[in-house]
Design a protein around this ligand. Structure first.
Ligand SMILES: Cc1cc2nc3c(=O)[nH]c(=O)nc-3n(C[C@H](O)[C@H](O)[C@H](O)COP(=O)(O)OP(=O)(O)OC[C@H]3O[C@@H](n4cnc5c(N)ncnc54)[C@H](O)[C@@H]3O)c2cc1C
Length: 528
């Protein structure tokens, strides 16, 4: 292998997990004194935009907001720095937003003008792209500093990582470089930061697409704005009464779509937007009063029991949540419930804690899904207008009825049989969730890593096994959603899908990587 293809560290995937870990790693290099030579760090990203990933850059809309308030979103260590940046850059970003974001951006700026001048940042739901800009700018200044001190050189490689092989002294990564074909590079250390696995395709979507139907499997590819524009253009060519959109899943993405639709004042272009989800509901609205502490009698009773199990905890949580009085907003009880569950889990033995993390964790997370007031109010407005119809049930398949239209075959409840929705749809957007991690993954790199044994799937099926230094195998580090289900002496999380958590993990992870680099005196890797 040529020396220009040899690196000390290669990061696969350049979203926020990459950015935050690289910031932490460069921070360590600046503090350290034992380093002998300039480290060569390669960053591989298949999208043209680096550092932002799917939620914090151009694949999302400039109008896409953070799900929680800024106070809950930003890592506490960065809060003041981020707010300073927001205030300093306010004239620029608000001008850019007004220019690029159309009526939705203008509505946001108007709605938040008072909070901005009152500096009420912690209570605001800001556009996600602002955190992306901040994180990128912060990293750029660290890179410049490290490069000028001769500590590290960071090189961007636009392409898709397809496979990784482990040689005797380093890894070899096979790449499909954008516009330049296949090539390899070698590295002593790898950081796997490719985000979540791909979205699972909906049953029947291939037939629907090949019949000419408009099917969006991943709302962020190529971008949310492009997909939204495509759906609107489709509706504009259809007779009134037939302009129906099907959204499968009621997660943050579906809510984001409804928000864009409402704030862009595009509702008159649609006759019906059917949102199909198991519960037939949207995430619960959070308010300023979101630290409500209602009684959770079953969970409280379990706290005194010496023989409580993981199954008891989830059953009690589900029953207690089902019985919260109508006078209480469910979204506002999340913090208290989280505390009660956290304390209860600590009292379980290790095996039961592990079981809760692996089997029930995501079920618990879904119990109280929350959304900011602006998103939720926009959706409510569309429901009131009779445009959005929330439908409970599980998709069985999409049926292609010809002429580019889909029918929805679904099961309205566990005990009930299949039924066909009375409407037919001109477009379908999949917001139903990700594939698991497996050797059959449609993500070539993940499938390869599982097949080769360099990564093993953890019991959640959503992530990979790692040790206390976040390594899937020696010198192959992991950050981001693939850590979901991590359960060891260093970390216990059933999901790793928020910035705070990723930031918290990035610090010890970068520490472990820096140590490994120094241990080896960062030798130049040789070909396998
Ligand atoms: C729509 C959305 C909204 C969210 N909103 C919030 C929020 O408000 N608050 C919050 O705290 N969290 C939020 N999250 C969750 C969270 O912040 C993310 O999960 C986070 O983006 C994870 O970062 P990542 O870098 O691991 O993944 P990603 O952002 O997905 O980045 C991974 C990158 O890897 C690249 N890649 C993948 N495979 C390869 C390959 N083989 N070769 C090269 N490149 C590859 C991808 O193109 C991508 O750029 C949101 C997530 C989504 C999807």
């Amino acid at each position: 292998m040529r020396s220009d293809e040899m690196f000390d560290v290669v990061i696969l995937g350049s979203g926020i997990a990459c950015t935050l870990t690289l910031q932490a790693l460069l921070g360590r290099l600046r503090q350290g004194s034992a380093q002998r030579r300039t480290l060569r760090i390669g960053v591989v990203e298949k999208n043209p935009q680096f550092w932002r990933g799917l939620p914090y850059g151009s694949r999302s809309s400039v109008n896409s907001l953070i799900i929680t308030t800024l106070g809950e979103f930003v890592p506490p260590e960065e809060r003041d720095e981020f707010v300073d940046w927001l205030e300093r850059e306010h004239p620029q970003w608000s001008r850019r937003m007004a220019m690029l974001g159309g009526p939705a951006a203008r509505a946001w700026l108007e709605h938040n003008a008072q909070a901005i001048s009152a500096r009420d940042w912690d209570e605001m739901y800001i556009p996600r792209v602002l955190y992306g800009e901040f994180a990128e700018a912060k990293l750029a200044s660290m890179v410049t500093d490290c490069e000028s001190q001769g500590l590290a050189r960071v090189e961007l490689i636009n392409g898709e990582a397809l496979a990784v092989r482990k040689g005797s002294r380093c890894f070899e990564v096979e790449l499909d470089r954008a516009g330049a074909g296949r090539s390899q590079l070698a590295s002593a250390l790898i950081l796997l930061a490719v985000g979540s696995p791909p979205y699972s395709r909906l049953a029947g979507s291939e037939a629907f697409e090949s019949s000419g139907g408009v099917y969006v499997n991943n709302a962020y590819e190529p971008s949310l704005d492009a997909n939204f524009a495509r759906v609107r253009a489709t509706m504009s060519g259809i007779a009134a009464g037939e302009r129906n959109l099907l959204v499968v899943g009621s997660n943050a993405t579906s809510l984001e779509l409804l928000y864009l639709l409402e704030r862009s004042k595009a509702w008159s272009e649609f006759d019906s937007v059917v949102v199909l989800s198991t519960g037939g509901s949207l995430p619960h609205r959070m308010s300023r009063d979101r630290f409500q502490a209602p009684p959770f009698p079953r969970l409280e009773a379990l706290a005194g029991s010496a023989s409580a199990t993981a199954d008891d905890v989830i059953a009690a949580a589900e029953q207690d949540v089902a019985e919260i009085g109508a006078e209480m907003r469910l979204g506002d009880t999340f913090h208290h419930l989280g505390q009660v569950i956290g304390t209860l889990l600590e009292s379980l033995d290790d095996a039961e804690q592990r079981r809760f993390h692996h089997v029930h964790g995501m079920r618990f997370t879904r119990l109280i899904r929350r959304a900011g007031a602006e998103y939720r109010d926009a959706a409510e407005d569309l429901i009131t207008r009779g445009i959005v119809r929330l439908t409970a049930g599980e998709l069985v398949r999409l049926g292609a009825t010809g002429g580019g239209r889909a029918e929805l075959v679904y099961r309205p409840g566990r005990e009930r049989g299949e039924t066909t929705h009375p409407l037919s749809f001109a477009a379908v957007i999949n917001c139903a969730g990700f594939e698991g991690v497996s050797a059959q993954s449609s993500h070539p790199l993940l499938a390869d890593l599982v097949r080769s044994g360099l990564a093993q799937v953890n019991p959640t099926g959503r992530g990979v096994m790692v040790g206390p230094t976040y390594e899937a195998s020696s010198n192959l580090f992991v950050c981001g959603p693939l850590l979901g289900g991590v359960f060891n002496e260093a970390a216990r999380y059933w999901h790793v899908e928020n910035v705070r958590r990723i930031h918290a993990i990035a610090q010890p992870l970068a520490g472990a990587m820096a140590e490994r680099l120094l241990e080896a005196h960062a030798p130049a890797p040789e070909p396998a």
